[in-house]
Design a protein around this ligand. Structure first.
Ligand code: NDP
Length: 336
């Protein structure tokens, strides 16, 4: 539901007298929308770690101006467009470009953005499903594409996913398994084993096995590829366990931003370390990734990860994701 003709409903973050931002659902006039060529009737959004930061009392250092409307991802249908690439009624998805941080985002029934930031939703993927994927899933797909570009093909050797029970990791496991890879999933939560096996993991690797800092720069050649959401000591350790010529897609830093390792895996085994960025990723690559997601992600498994929510739930969910208490993928129906 929009807030009325020329109005929309949004979760607005406003600074209180004590300087801390407080979130509340308000009806706003369309004149409050920021500049942009395309106005979208948003139907769904989601909750990422960055959203949790933006919803926190100081905006997590990401929000620079208040009042603010967060939501770094959204999906919906075009209402009006000054850009010939988009027509009213077309289904679109937006991730990245610092929308929801410095530009008003998807925690609203209406958003106005640059046409360049949007991607047409591929056939077969609903706005709800697109938000079950979100930035986390798009990033997992970008990582898989990068590994494939560097020669990864399905075979007997396993592909490792670190941070496997998290948002990026869960989708990475499902995408790799669907593409025919044997998937080893690293997790610090043994209770997620059934969930990870349900997504297609063929082996569970306890986090403790890979958490120690590198002692020997080269270990047994084990992994054909890796999607790494953890970084830090674990990434350094994994590099020394890669098979000759194998690639690691570095996605995240859940375990640390350092890289306490050695260059020997690069020099003696031709290992590749591939950087993955979803925020400024070029348009053509986004279209390719969303297309592969629509074809290659088992949507029944995706649905099993979904936790439904409404705008009013977001302050609670934002705090929960920062504490690592959110499981699966939250899909926010902003019209509910
Ligand atoms: P989540 O919080 O959902 O998942 C992170 C997972 O990492 C956790 O579930 C946990 O997995 C594991 N983990 C957490 N802390 C540690 C630790 N200290 N040591 C080892 N493992 C740990 O986050 P997302 O999946 O959404 O994001 C993962 C990372 O990717 C984040 O760092 C995020 O900032 C980054 N990211 C990067 C993007 C890009 O464009 N490059 C886009 C999106 C996210 P388990 O419970 O299975 O052990």
């Amino acid at each position: 539901m929009n807030g009325g003709a020329g109005m929309f409903r949004a979760l607005v973050l406003e600074k209180g007298e004590d300087g801390a931002a407080v979130a509340a659902v308000h009806d706003l006039d369309d004149t409050r929308l920021p500049a942009g060529e395309v106005t979208v009737a948003v139907s769904h959004s989601t909750v990422n770690y960055k959203d949790g930061l933006c919803l926190s009392p100081n905006g997590g250092g990401l929000v620079k101006a208040w009042p603010h409307v967060g939501g770094i991802d959204f999906a919906g249908r075009v209402e009006t467009s000054d850009d010939p690439r988009y027509a009213p009624g077309e289904a679109v998805v937006l991730t990245g470009w610092r929308v929801g941080e410095v530009h008003w985002g998807g925690y609203a029934t209406r958003a106005r953005v640059k046409a360049d930031w949007l991607v047409p939703l591929p056939e077969g993927l609903s706005p709800h499903q697109a938000m079950a994927v979100g930035t986390a899933g798009l990033t997992a797909m970008l990582a898989l594409l990068a590994l494939e570009d560097h020669g990864l093909v399905p075979g007997p050797a396993e592909v490792l996913v670190t941070g496997a029970a998290g948002g990026v990791g869960s989708v990475a496991v499902a995408l790799l398994a669907q593409a025919g890879h044997a998937v080893a999933a690293v997790t610090g939560r043994p209770e997620t084993e059934a969930y990870l096996r349900g997504l297609g993991a063929t082996r569970i690797v306890p986090r403790a096995e890979l958490a120690e800092t590198v002692k020997r720069p080269l270990e047994a050649e084990t992994w054909a590829g890796c999607i790494d959401a953890v970084g830090g000591a674990m990434l350094a350790r994994v590099l020394g366990q890669m098979r000759y010529g194998g690639s690691v897609a570095a996605v995240g830093l859940a375990g640390g931003a350092g890289l306490p390792g050695s260059v020997l895996p690069f020099l003696l085994r031709g290992v590749n370390l591939l950087g993955i960025d979803s925020v400024m990723c070029p348009y053509a690559r986004r279209v390719q990734a969303w297309g592969r997601i629509a074809q290659g992600l088992p949507l029944d498994k995706l649905e099993a990860m979904v936790v439904p929510a409404r705008l009013g739930d977001l302050p609670r969910l934002g705090a929960a994701i920062l504490k690592g208490e959110v499981q699966g993928r939250v899909v926010v129906d902003v019209t509910a």
